[in-house]
Design a protein around this ligand. Sequence first.
Ligand SMILES: [Fe+2]
Length: 147
Amino acid sequence: MKTYVCEGCGHIEFDDPPVSCLVCNSVLEAFEEDAAAINSPANSAELTEAEKKHIPTITVVKECGLIPGGVCTDVHVKVGEIEHVMQDDHYIRYIDYYLDRNFISRVWLSPGVCHPAAALHLNASSGTITAIENCNVHGNWMAEVSL
Ligand SMILES: [Fe+2]
């Protein structure tokens, strides 16, 4: 799996760079392949406290009901297993969501008023959800679940 990073906004695309950035509209040339774009834990069976504060946790709620008469699948993302701080000098800047590794949404977060969390209501009931969070100090961290 290759990862490409937009130099304009930090958005990450998988496998191939897009014609233009789906978050900030930067052109293809703004994307650089970066195999180290996403941090990964040294030992996923034994996470450090810092890793537990950054790796997103994803909760899927199948029967939401907010949008009646069809599929409404909620995907809740919280950073992380140990809640990350949201202080002016250290906070989660945004959470990018993907379905089957295709970008679907970015949720921007402000320190102070926002929790390190986001939710989307999806018109989809299958596939793989990826969440990538960006910490302003500690970079990008990722998690995936199947719907
Ligand atoms: Fe952090």
